[in-house]
Design a binder for this molecule. Structure first.
Ligand SMILES: Nc1ncnc2c1ncn2[C@@H]1O[C@H](COP(=O)(O)OP(=O)(O)OP(=O)(O)O)[C@@H](O)[C@H]1O
Length: 307
């Protein structure tokens, strides 16, 4: 049996005329954080719900440790999830909420205290959840996910609305769960955060798989590395660079963005033609740029760009 593995084969979900998830094939492996990215409406939440058996595929399958979620006897021991942190009865205390989850899943009571401690909610354990801040609710949702000490964890937008301390805490937690050999699948819209957290990325658009690759590969592939140049005679330099095959754009702040010719060649050309340079800098593309390039054809909801 594959342990700590999520495997989708031809996974599809249609809602009436909408195809939310379209023949996805992927494996989520243990020991690393896998980021799950895609524009709004790409099908991330639907995929997560199918992994958890909350929604059934129209066709294809997704297996957790080689089985359907429905075939798992004590699900919280195998897979823990944070989907909607606010989906807890507001009149309950954090302790009661976790205690009833534990009781329903055959989890011993001391685990409740252990996870409350782990997420930093011990001091508010007996307060009603209705009065919790978003950050506290996220921590409680994560405590629920960790309760059964599962080998697989799913987090849907865990850092949404959190302050920098909360974001750092969640990032550190996800990285340490992966370092313990667990499988961590996390969806997010925050590219800079994903670049710090994920080792591997699954990118989907309009329900289809666009990339299943390491973070470094995705950035390198979407690269189009460029050189940023500031020169006194920028228009002349731009024209001269174009003559040798470079693509040059002139930014409103006066910087030239050059692709197709490396920084060494630009420096040599500038020296040979008597240019004074104020800056010559290699710029490596970010995950955000690579992501935009990958998903530009599959953004469902796009606002018009203001004129
Ligand atoms: N219960 C449902 N009934 C009908 N359509 C649905 C349902 N759930 C999702 N959809 C549709 O399926 C598509 C995928 O939605 P989903 O919520 O999975 O995307 P997402 O990638 O999680 O988006 P977001 O980033 O906005 O959370 C969307 O077009 C959505 O409107």
């Amino acid at each position: 049996m594959d342990t700590h593995v999520i495997e989708a084969r031809g996974l599809s979900k249609r809602y009436g005329a909408t195809t939310a998830v379209d023949r996805l094939d992927f494996r989520v492996e243990p020991g690393r954080v896998t980021g799950f990215l895609g524009p709004n409406g790409a099908g991330k939440s639907t995929t997560m719900r199918m992994i958890l058996g909350l929604d059934l595929p129209t066709s294809g399958s997704v297996l957790v440790n080689g089985r359907d979620y429905q075939g798992i006897v004590w699900p919280l021991h195998e897979i823990g999830a944070l989907l909607d942190a606010r989906a807890v009865h507001p009149g309950r205390t954090a302790y009661r909420h976790l205690h009833s989850l534990a009781a329903a899943n055959g989890i011993p009571r001391p685990r409740v205290d252990a996870v409350l401690e782990q997420v930093g909610l011990t001091s508010v354990a007996h307060r009603r959840v209705g009065g919790f801040s978003l950050g506290m609710s996220q921590r409680l949702g994560i405590a629920g996910a960790l309760l059964g000490d599962p080998g697989i964890l799913l987090f849907d937008e865990p850092v949404n609305g959190l302050d920098p301390d909360g974001i750092l805490w969640i990032r550190t937690l996800m990285r340490s769960l992966a370092a313990e050999g667990r499988t961590v699948l996390v969806s997010s819209h925050l590219m800079s955060e994903m670049a710090l957290t994920a080792d591997h990325l699954l990118v989907i658009g309009e329900g289809r798989l666009l990339a299943d690759t390491s973070l470094d590969e995705l950035i390198a592939r979407g690269a189009g590395d460029r050189v940023e140049v500031r020169a006194v005679e920028r228009a002349r330099l731009a024209a001269e660079l174009r003559e040798v095959g470079a693509e040059v754009t002139l930014e409103p702040d006066g910087t030239l963005q050059v692709t197709g010719v490396g920084s060494a060649a630009i420096g040599e050309l500038a020296a040979a033609r008597g240019h004074v340079l104020h800056q010559l800098r290699d710029v490596t593309s970010s995950l955000e740029e690579a992501y935009f390039r990958l998903t530009e054809g599959s953004v469902v909801y796009r606002a018009p760009v203001p004129a």
